[in-house]
Design a protein around this ligand. Structure first.
Ligand code: SAM
Length: 295
């Protein structure tokens, strides 16, 4: 019986153009370029993680409807669990493709320090994809990932165990405005600053916990300051997710709701309110902007 399901599903995939059907041999083929988008979890073009996160938005539609009416938010932890795994699977592909090869080398002197061994905090780490990639690449450095969502921290700990990096990475539940530790050489925030209820408070906490010669890397979705410049297919995707997830997360604790399309000017204002004086775009690609911030 299971075969009958598979054959019906395969024809559905062929009708959609995802697989190619050969009537001569009556076989179905997944072309390599389709596999890169649909079947290779580590490919930079892998999309099912994104789709998984969007299924959570459909499942949570009633919560968003209520939030629209009341103007209140939805806490990160109150979403369907597909959000957390979907976000991990979606963002991880970009981190695998860019973090070690492009983003860290674009920062002033950080790569050399990471190789020789420094203290790093990854704030709003979720399931720890970024933290674990860095911990694997820079075994001399010590990493701690913080997130206020306990379920995500439990998953991150399991991921670290599976990746065999427990020696130089740990994960702790903590608010971005109140995470422990001092004298960090390097602080990172991946796709999380705009979600926070108090991004200005987080900036202040990072300022107080970082060394005077330390660096803060902020990775945000690509965005311009002017909304009209974000009115394109990518902006459509980011504003959609932001309406259902990012803005409600921030509003849930009476935050500013910066949104996933905040743009450089708003991020700079957050950073400087916290006490930092140096802010620049270190690098960007069509999907992300990477900011470098120093005290
Ligand atoms: C879009 S997810 C990104 C997760 C992870 N950085 C990644 O790239 O896969 C945003 C994360 O920020 C966390 N977060 C939001 N507000 C936070 C806060 N105030 N303190 C700590 N973590 C927070 C959420 O729990 C969530 O894991």
């Amino acid at each position: 019986m299971a075969e009958r399901y598979v054959s019906e599903w395969l024809n559905n995939q062929a009708a959609g153009g995802y697989v190619v059907y050969d009537p001569q041999t009556q076989t179905y083929l997944l072309p390599d370029e389709h596999a890169a988008c649909l079947a290779d979890e580590n490919s930079p073009t892998y999309l099912p993680g994104d789709f998984q996160s969007f299924t959570s938005m459909v499942k949570d539609e009633h919560k968003v409807t209520e939030a629209f009416k009341s103007g209140t938010g939805i806490r990160w932890g109150d979403h369907h669990c597909d959000l957390y795994e979907g976000v991990e699977r979606f963002f991880k592909t970009g981190y695998l493709a860019n973090l070690v090869s492009d983003w860290i080398p674009a920062l002033n002197g950080v790569e050399t320090k990471l190789k020789s061994g420094i203290k790093v905090a990854d704030i709003g780490c979720g399931h720890g994809a970024s933290t674990i990639i860095m911990a694997k690449e820079y075994p001399e450095s010590k990493f701690v990932g913080f997130d206020f969502h306990p379920d995500s921290i439990n998953v991150a700990r399991k991921r670290a165990e599976d990746a065999g990096v427990e020696n130089n990475v740990k994960f702790e539940v903590a608010e971005s405005t109140d995470f422990p530790g001092k004298d960090y050489d390097f602080v990172t925030v991946f796709d999380a600053l705009h979600d926070m209820g108090d991004p200005h408070g987080a900036s202040k906490q990072i300022f107080e916990s970082i060394k005077s010669d330390g660096s803060w890397m902020i990775v945000e979705p690509f965005a311009s300051d002017k909304p009209e410049e974000n009115h394109n297919p990518l902006g459509r995707l980011f504003y959609g997710a932001s309406t259902s997830v990012c803005v409600p997360c921030s509003l849930a604790t009476k935050g500013p709701g910066l949104g996933a399309q905040a743009g450089p000017a708003k991020i700079e204002q957050v950073v400087k309110t916290g006490g930092f004086t140096k802010f620049r775009i270190a690098t960007k690609n069509p999907f992300n902007i990477v900011y470098e911030v120093n005290p």
